[in-house]
Design a protein around this ligand. Structure first.
Ligand code: FAD
Ligand code: NAP
Length: 531
């Protein structure tokens, strides 16, 4: 009989979890507390309790070729950076294509997951759910937790003395929907992550004045990179990853900071932090410098204190204000797993950010509990492909002490690289982490074999963006369309931009021999670095 897997959550992670179970011949039952799929990406003015909430205008920061599921490219006419409504359209297409909906029990919350008494031998779980006020309990062979980590607002009011006296309105970015409420107001946005920068830009179009308060500043990336390519397409290549390995971190930081300062000098704009560019989760915003140069957004240091009507900043300046938006990030927790896993200050010890190392049987995995420099969706998908194979016994986890050593090593590396902040506890780099998962599943691209058998594809795999299709070229879950998807990815990037016909100047198609030779040497170097 097929093993039964409980999947908690029907967001993007839950959807690919269902699909991975089906592909491995497992029987998935997905519990979604709301009435629809999509999780965070389904915008609603008044979202349900317990679901992440976004603002009306959110446009994703990861481009379509980098965020798609690995065997289901996003249609070529969809924009590179999609509005939340378009993302939902894609998720619905995915659910339809793989017939996922019939495995979801909507309006059903998981309230408790506990080991069965015979867990040490069976690895089974008792899952208690609630639907329309009625509780039910069922036994499952394995559990995939797909509940996301952007639901619980981190609202650090205790670090802002006087906020209790403030007579204006204050809210967390989670509860912000659109700028209407802030028209003609003087507003402070606290925090310079992607929420803080998006919101200060948007509110500044109608507010009297926006102040963007940051305790340490930030380097600000553009979505639109050189020649108009999405920035993640340019940054996330195996060649660049190889260069990062061979160059010192300081050289890589210098080079990238110089590039960003060439657009606008971060010191002049009051944004320059003390830390280096890759020591912080990236803030991506093309419009922020424009709002700063036009004076609609004024960058300020941290707030030292609030009074009834104003904010006093750490540099002693004071501004009268009507509203405060705390764009101070999120915390995560798993109340239904109490007694089984423990989250302390946004930290949870999981092997490869997925498996608790201390279970007698590896039948519980967390999906999407990572903060990548890149998109979450393909990572969740590959995590699911691995977890389902572990559940089936096709892949084995190492002994507990090895897992704990790996957890410790990752934690130390994170602490060494990133500035100390509760937002930097589940950071992963896209290519190294995907390759790590892929090695477990047996789907990491074999560059040497590729170079010898299909050099055209090898060149795109090494020099082109590391798109999720690369993890469908071989091994379990191999997809016959992967090669074609990789070779046509640039077309899909350009296509949605070409809404007006433009005559192209013919360029010289011949690549000088010297470039070909340099290219070949570089490919070999990358291959050997990855072997
Ligand atoms: P979610 O989308 O949060 O879905 C979790 C689901 O679980 C929900 O449907 C919820 O109702 C359900 N659920 C929770 N608890 C229970 C329970 N006990 N029982 C039953 N159901 C339950 N990521 C990117 O990759 N690129 C981006 O550019 C990007 N932009 C973002 C912008 C914003 C403003 C925010 C806040 C986040 C952004 N993210 C981005 C991260 C985002 O979390 C992921 O893109 C993605 O939504 C994660 O999907 P998920 O399925 O893991 O979680
Ligand atoms: P975040 O990345 O955690 O950023 C929180 C910000 O608040 C940081 O600047 C942090 O500063 C600051 N902060 C936290 N506590 C503070 C305190 N006590 N005092 C002063 N400042 C404090 O949260 P987010 O911006 O909401 O982003 C959450 C996730 O959603 C991220 O993955 C992000 O990329 C994503 N997102 C994407 C988009 C998009 O795609 N358009 C939009 C919004 C969000 P420190 O760095 O000093 O801790």
């Amino acid at each position: 009989m097929a093993k039964r897997v409980a999947i908690i959550g029907g967001g993007s992670s839950g959807l690919c979890a269902i699909k991975a179970c089906l592909q491995e011949g497992l029987e998935p039952v997905c519990f979604e507390r709301t009435g629809d799929i999509g999780g965070l990406w389904r915008f609603e003015e008044h979202p349900e309790e317990g679901r992440a909430s976004i603002y009306r205008s959110v446009i994703i920061n990861t481009s379509k070729e980098m965020m798609c599921f690995s065997d289901f490219p996003i249609p070529e006419d969809f924009p590179n950076y999609m509005h939340n409504s378009k993302i939902m359209e894609y998720f619905r297409m995915y659910a339809r294509r793989f017939d996922l909906l019939r495995h979801i029990r909507f309006r059903t919350s998981v309230c408790r997951v506990a080991k069965r008494p015979d867990f040490a031998t069976t690895g089974q779980w008792e899952v208690v759910t609630e639907s329309e006020g009625k509780q039910e309990s069922a036994v499952f062979d394995a559990v995939l937790v797909c509940t996301g980590h952007h639901t619980d607002a981190h609202l650090p009011l205790s670090t802002f003395p006087g906020i209790e006296k403030f007579k204006g309105r204050y809210l967390h970015s989670r509860d912000y929907k659109d700028p209407r409420d802030f028209t003609d107001k003087r507003v402070i946005v606290i925090g310079i992550g992607n929420s803080g920068s998006d919101l200060s830009v948007e509110i500044s179009h109608t507010a009297k004045q926006v102040f963007l308060s940051t305790r340490r500043g930030a380097w600000v990336f553009n979505r639109v990179g050189d020649q108009g390519y999405p920035i993640d397409i340019l940054f996330t290549t195996r060649m660049k990853e190889f260069l990062k390995r061979v160059l010192s971190p300081s050289m890589v930081n210098n080079f990238t900071e110089k590039q960003l300062n060439a657009r606008f000098d971060h010191s002049h704009y009051g944004l320059k932090p003390k830390h280096r560019i890759f020591d912080q989760h990236p803030t991506v915003n093309d419009d922020l410098p424009n709002r700063i140069i036009s004076g609609r957004v004024l960058v300020k240091p941290n707030v030292q204190e609030f009074t009834e009507t104003s904010a006093i900043f750490e540099d002693g300046t004071r501004e009268d204000i009507d509203a405060v938006v705390f764009a101070t990030g999120y915390s995560f927790s798993f109340p239904f797993l109490e007694g089984c896993v423990k989250v302390v200050e946004n930290q949870i010890p999981l092997y490869k950010f997925m498996f608790p190392p201390d279970l007698q049987k590896p039948t519980l995995a967390f999906i999407g509990l990572i903060q990548p420099l890149g998109a979450i969706m393909p990572i969740s998908e590959l995590q699911c492909r691995w977890a389902t194979r572990v559940f089936k016994g096709l892949n084995k986890l190492p002994p507990r002490h090895n897992m704990e050593a790996d957890i410790k090593q990752k934690k130390e590396a994170m602490a060494k690289r990133y500035v100390k902040s509760q937002r930097h506890t589940i950071q992963v780099d896209y290519i190294p982490y995907m390759d790590e998962l892929a090695s477990q599943v047996g789907v990491k691209p074999n560059l040497l074999a590729l170079f010898l058998t299909d050099p055209k594809l090898a060149l795109e795999v090494v020099f082109g963006p590391c798109t999720p299709y690369q993890y469908r070229l071989r091994g379990p879950g191999e997809w016959a369309g992967a090669r074609e998807a990789i070779l046509t990815q640039r077309q899909r990037i350009i296509k949605p931009l070409q809404t007006r016909h433009v005559e192209e100047h013919p360029s010289d198609p011949t690549v000088p021999l010297i470039f070909k030779l340099v290219g070949a040497v570089a490919v070999l170097a990358v291959i050997f670095a990855y072997l």
